[in-house]
Design a protein around this ligand. Structure first.
Ligand code: PLP
Length: 349
């Protein structure tokens, strides 16, 4: 079989949630962000695993994503939507009992007109300029909104992965100015913000990437392992080239393994010539360009041909692969494609 195996450790996701939960005081609730199909790992399975670990609040990006999460979780936990209440969302929000985080006066009006008694939160812009009401907009409506008892006032940090960045303090101050004295539960931090310390915790945190083993949560347990079957091995004479564009040229007698995954599987082409795979614990460099379905790897130094080469796992994290490709772990994780044999391990599997 030439299908690579993507192993997803649900217990590690639960462990990472517990570690992030323990990073803030017990009075701070720890939610779980399961948008983009649980960062590509199956939102339903991840949500059930985390509900069993104790999570009671889940966030998705758009209403459509919330359906699978609600179906997996059953009626108890809250399923909240970052993009709020968009036109056309009312039925989904009602039928699947989701909680939109309203981003604008327009959304607020839509929500109140369509479903006045249905729970909602408010998203505020504290300086990222992406989603949420701006300070002046909020000031204009807050006295109308607060009696409607929003479940949450939230905002999002732009630079939380860089603890020394001055914008973190600026956003903290803006968020406090916008929400102090409201008596409503507040949330400012995702994974990076949790690690910035107690001033950033408020009543609820919203970790995503850290649950799935990614930076900036460097203590995260690894969640994904990706093992690629070797389809063929061959010897090259010095001067022979490998792959599209002949970008890799053997400088010595070489042996090349061809493995079955490529950019169609989310192993993005920009890792060409840069990524490292592992035969057990021995690193092997990618030789030449990533193709759609195949990678070519220099295994000259191995004593024998491997049956598999590993890209992700105990030897290498999504962030290390991301570094080689000039991107971030989030993108590697959410790009992992549909063609893998997905194997779930742990209590929720
Ligand atoms: C994606 C997202 C999160 C989770 O962020 P991580 O960096 O993955 O922990 C939290 N809040 C909002 C608004 C988001 O868009």
């Amino acid at each position: 079989m030439a299908t690579p195996t993507l192993t997803i450790d649900l217990d590690a996701i639960a462990t990472n949630w517990r570690l992030l939960d323990a990073a803030s005081p017990p009075s701070t609730q720890t939610a779980a962000v399961v948008k983009a199909n649980g960062y590509g790992l199956d939102a339903g399975r991840v949500a059930v695993t985390l509900a069993n670990a104790g999570a009671r609040r889940f966030f998705v990006a758009v209403a459509e994503e919330g359906v699978a999460v609600r179906q997996a979780l059953g009626p108890g936990p809250e399923v909240a939507i970052f993009s709020g209440h968009m036109e056309g969302d009312t039925d989904l929000i009602r039928d699947y009992r989701m909680t939109p985080m309203l981003n604008s006066v327009e959304q607020l009006t839509r929500h109140v007109e369509a479903m006045r008694d249905h729970p909602f939160g408010i998203q505020l812009d504290s300086g990222m300029n992406r989603l949420g009401m701006e300070p002046a907009e909020w000031a204009a409506v807050r006295d109308i909104v607060l009696p409607l008892e929003p479940r949450l006032l939230m905002s999002h940090l732009a630079c939380a992965d860089d603890p020394g960045h001055p914008h973190n303090q600026t956003q903290l101050k803006t968020f406090q100015d916008m929400t102090d004295g409201t008596g409503v539960k507040r949330s400012l931090s995702a994974t990076g913000g949790i690690l910035l310390g107690p001033n950033f915790h408020f009543d609820l945190t919203r970790p995503g990437i850290g649950l799935y083993g990614g930076e900036p949560f460097v203590e995260a347990h690894p969640v994904v392992a990706l093992s690629l079957p070797v389809v063929q091995c061959r010897d090259l004479e010095p001067g022979e080239a490998v792959g599209y564009g002949c970008t890799w040229i053997a400088g010595r007698p070489s042996r090349i393994a061809t493995v079955a995954a490529g950019y169609a599987d989310g192993l993005i082409r920009s890792m060409s010539g840069k990524a490292t795979l592992y035969a057990g614990v021995t690193p092997c460099k990618l030789a030449g360009r990533v193709s759609m379905d195949l990678l070519t790897v220099d295994i000259t130094h191995l004593p024998e041909d491997p049956a598999y080469l590993d890209l992700l796992g105990s030897m290498q994290t999504v962030d290390q692969v991301a570094d080689a490709a000039g991107t971030i772990g989030y993108e590697i994780l959410t790009s992992l494609g549909d063609r893998y044999q997905r194997h779930y391990t742990g209590a929720g599997a």
